[in-house]
Design a protein around this ligand. Structure first.
Ligand code: NAD
Length: 486
């Protein structure tokens, strides 16, 4: 199908705010930006233009050890700081992020490729919410874990991915700080800049030196953090791929260190014939094309009841053709740039495999920018459960459509995966929705909606999607020793 020509094409609406950036950034250790002992740095680029944005320090093992030392030194005082004082600081950080949110949103889009309307309206509000929410917990921990005498764990090593850089930083830092821990955070190598701007905000807000340390770098810097598990680092929190999560689980095993893993997914989005179909189409759009499909809980396996399949796919394809792909800093853009060349190559391999294994490809027909990393939003129909694109996480704007005839078959097919992060169910029958949600093996089940997050709602997975929760009271327990134990 080709795009329906619109008589009302949108004029470009470029974002005018530009963040104030330095040409180069050191590591944020002990409350200051310092040069890396490794003497190494790397260029971070804009994936929509392939142009460099800034030079960023590449932390070596000695730098990570220095950051862990700084966090250790800061721990005794910070963990004994009055909870209400910690709360005041977290509130201040939340407010300052709010004040600078447009600048942070633009930087997130520049460094990561996501559309400004998403970084502005989804990422930043959730970042702020996480700090506000956790500020409120600081002085209520003894009530949240009544009788258990909750105590901070100590120094937390936190390693995050590139798909929601600042949001992942907030999900890690806010609960850890609320519970009285100190942190060494490592952003992903392709998206370090908003974490470094956050470091400036922490300085402005007067967070004591060493309470948060930010070390930029690649997998080696991450490995240097996990290597200190049990000898300086008391907790590891990781969000990223299942493959790296398994390596980290091995590295941490036997150290007695608390571990949480938020890993990949291949989540089902299930549409019954009785659903409000146009509403379900919007849910599928946000389930798979939000953030270019770089979403751990993306609804990348779409199951449509057989009797509604043709009608639903036609509606979905018509809607897909309306998506505007292009400049992430244009306020009209729906789908931005793929985060990196390497990720684009991965997605392209899956697109080839989908066609080679016999699925039918439908893609957006709009022109793509010449420079930068771009992928057309894609639907595969005629997908079999054994196809690679039905089993493996693509982490791109590609949805695989399959069918089912009965609720029983929908549950079986949806649960036939090594993952278990999220699921969506679309039906007008409340009893069916609740029955399905009880039977789906996923950490989060959305009913008649998709990709909704809230700081008070725990998020996390089962099986190869990891363990541990982020958000809510459950998320706090990962950062506390309760009952005097671990
Ligand atoms: P990745 O696993 O390659 O990298 C994640 C982070 O780990 C990066 O900071 C990286 O530098 C670091 N790292 C890499 N190798 C390491 C090692 N051996 N030891 C320590 N650190 C190491 O993942 P990615 O490509 O950045 O992110 C995409 C993945 O993240 C997807 O699989 C996605 O599903 C997952 N994800 C999960 C959630 C969730 O909450 N479950 C959220 C976002 C992303």
């Amino acid at each position: 199908m080709t795009a329906i020509p619109s008589p009302f094409a949108y004029a470009p609406a470029p974002e005018s705010v530009r963040p104030v950036l330095k040409a180069s950034y050191g590591l944020f250790i002990g409350g200051k930006f310092v040069d890396p002992k490794s003497g190494k740095s790397f260029q971070t680029i804009n994936p929509a233009t392939e142009e460099p944005i800034a030079e960023v320090a590449d932390a070596g093992a000695a730098d990570v050890a220095r950051a862990v030392d700084a966090a250790r030194k800061a721990f005794p005082k910070w963990s004994k700081t009055k909870p209400a004082e910690r709360a005041k600081l977290l509130f201040r950080i939340a407010r300052r992020i709010q004040e600078r949110s447009r600048e942070l949103a633009v930087l997130e889009s520049m460094n990561g490729g996501k559309p400004i309307k998403e970084s502005r309206d989804e990422d930043l509000p959730l970042v702020v919410q996480h700090f506000f929410h956790h500020a409120g917990w600081c002085d209520k921990l003894p009530y949240a874990f009544a009788g258990a005498q909750p105590k901070p764990v100590g120094v937390c090593g936190q390693i995050i991915p590139w798909n929601f850089p600042l949001m992942m930083a907030a999900w890690k830092l806010a609960p850890a700080l609320a519970c009285g821990n100190t942190c060494v955070l490592k952003p992903a190598e392709t998206t370090p800049l908003t974490a470094l701007m956050l470091a400036e905000i922490l300085q402005e807000c007067g967070l004591p030196d060493g309470v948060v340390n930010i070390v930029t770098g690649g997998p080696d810097a991450g490995r240097a953090i996990t290597a200190l598990a049990g000898s300086g680092v008391d907790k590891i929190a990781f969000t990223g791929s299942t493959e790296v999560g398994k390596a980290i689980a091995k590295a941490v095993a036997g150290t007695g260190v608390k571990l949480t893993l938020e890993l990949g997914g291949k989540s089902p989005n299930i549409v019954f014939a009785d659903a409000a179909l146009d509403q379900a189409v919007e849910g599928v759009v946000s389930g798979i094309w939000f953030n270019q499909g770089h979403v751990c809980c993306a609804g990348s396996r779409l199951f449509v009841e057989e009797s509604a399949h043709d009608d639903f796919v036609a509606r979905l394809e018509r809607r897909m053709q309306q998506l505007r792909v292009g400049d992430p800093l244009d306020k009209n853009t729906d789908v931005g740039a793929i985060n990196s060349k390497a990720q684009l190559e991965t997605i392209n391999r899956y697109l080839k495999a989908g066609s080679a294994e016999g699925a039918h490809k439908h893609e957006v027909s709009c022109p793509l920018p010449k420079k930068g990393f771009w992928c057309r939003p894609t639907i595969f129909t005629g997908v079999q459960p054994s196809h690679t694109i039905a089993r493996e996480e693509i982490f791109g704007p590609v949805v695989s459509v399959m069918t089912f005839r009965t609720p029983e078959e929908a549950v079986q097919r949806a649960n036939n995966t090594t993952y278990g992060l999220s699921a969506g169910v679309w039906t007008e029958k409340a009893a069916r929705a609740l029955e399905m949600s009880n039977r789906l093996g996923a950490g989060v089940v959305w009913l008649n909606t998709f990709n909704r997050f809230d700081a008070s709602a725990p998020f996390g997975g089962y099986k190869e999607s990891g363990f541990g929760r982020e958000g809510g009271r459950q998320g706090l327990s990962a950062y506390l020793k309760v009952g005097g134990g671990r």
